[in-house]
Design a protein around this ligand. Structure first.
Ligand SMILES: Cc1cc2nc3c(=O)[nH]c(=O)nc-3n(C[C@H](O)[C@H](O)[C@H](O)COP(=O)(O)O)c2cc1C
Length: 163
């Protein structure tokens, strides 16, 4: 049964409601920015192509990570495990930027970039393309290396909380 319909100017509240019904896996994107190491939680990570291996992630231009990505830096995508809610929360803004990497165990990857121990998967990426759209940039990352850990057990974000 349809409960609410909106068009044009009224669409934003219902759009938010629709997006709350879109369950998504959570990752933490990390990079070395002009002000040192930086990272943020992201649900906008999507597999893009296998040839070349590539992902996309949508990053708000206000995020500290954005300055680095817009300069074409290397970055890591750490796909969180079910038990890593605290890390998602910290990197989603609950913990100050300079303290975030005290949450969880982090090891430098082969490029020296922060890589999360016990993440389900770690993807070492470089920026291949970036397009502005509205408040965000759509970032294409070419995947140079992958590490898998343990079983498939993703952390899922839905309706403002975790499944
Ligand atoms: C579960 C979750 C998913 C998020 N997904 C995104 C995302 O895909 N893109 C984005 O720009 N911000 C996303 N955010 C918000 C950023 O993680 C948050 O604004 C972060 O604090 C930005 O980093 P900064 O504080 O270093 O600027 C998400 C937050 C949470 C909690």
């Amino acid at each position: 049964m349809t409960e609410a319909v909106a068009v044009a100017d009224d669409v934003v509240p219902l759009f938010k409601g629709a997006m709350r019904r879109l369950a998504s896996a959570v990752g933490v994107v990390t990079a070395e920015g002009p002000d040192g190491v930086t990272g943020m939680a992201a649900t906008s990570i999507t597999s893009l192509t296998m040839d070349p291996p590539a992902v996309l992630v949508c990053v708000n231009r206000s995020a500290s990570l954005h300055a680095c990505l817009s300069q074409g830096c290397a970055f890591n995508i750490n796909i969180l495990s079910r038990h890593q809610r605290d890390i998602s929360s910290a990197f989603g803004g609950a913990v100050a930027r300079e303290l975030r990497f005290t949450v969880g165990a982090w090891t430098p990857d082969h490029r020296g970039l922060a890589m999360l121990d016990d993440a389900q998967a770690n993807l070492s990426c470089v920026v291949d393309a970036i397009w502005p759209y509205g408040t965000h940039s759509i970032v294409v990352g070419r995947v140079e290396a992958v590490r898998l850990t343990g079983e498939v057990a993703p952390l899922i974000y839905q309706d403002g909380t975790y499944l």
